[in-house]
Write a protein that binds this ligand. Structure first.
Ligand code: ASC
Length: 153
């Protein structure tokens, strides 16, 4: 009987903590947030990589492809951040604890990336290769500095 009561308490405590997380987060479980942000950043990296190949001259610059990929990066750049909420420092993640300890700095880094990605989309649409390359480097710099500070190797 005592064991049953203890089990019931443990089960309801777990249920309460899950629902408390879900109430303050767009995700049902912390693991769902981790999965979402990794997926969003993976898609972003795929499209950013296509732009990088053009910026580095590995493939010829083509304004239409640049504009399409840069638009995707600019849109994707908005997504991962909602998935770095409190309580999502769990499971298999390279996210450093500094994300939550220095959250204002992390927010600033993510804002910079979004701002540069938006400028990159504009530059890509201009069809001017030089402007595209400059904007690409600026955006890549924001990826790198955020990774240096907030992503484990
Ligand atoms: C990429 C990619 C990153 C960034 C970073 C920029 O293409 O996948 O994580 O650029 O390497 O320094």
């Amino acid at each position: 009987m005592k064991k049953t009561i203890l089990t019931l308490i443990a089960v309801s405590a777990a249920a309460i903590s899950i629902s408390a997380f879900a109430q303050s987060s767009p995700f049902a479980k912390p693991e769902d947030a981790v999965k979402y942000r990794k997926a969003a950043l993976t898609v972003t990296a795929a499209h950013f990589g296509r732009l990088g190949a053009m910026a580095q001259g590995k493939v010829p610059f083509e304004a239409k492809a640049a504009a399409e990929n840069a638009d995707i990066v600019a849109n994707m750049s908005k997504l991962p951040w909602a998935a770095f909420g409190e309580g999502t420092d769990v499971g298999e993640t390279k996210a450093k604890s500094e994300i939550w300890k220095q959250n204002a700095k992390f927010k600033e880094a993510s804002d910079k990336f979004q701002a540069e990605a938006a400028k990159l989309a504009v530059a890509a649409k201009s069809g001017k290769e030089d402007a595209f390359k400059t904007a690409f480097s600026a955006t890549a710099g924001t990826c790198k500095s955020c990774h240096d500070d907030f992503r484990a190797k």
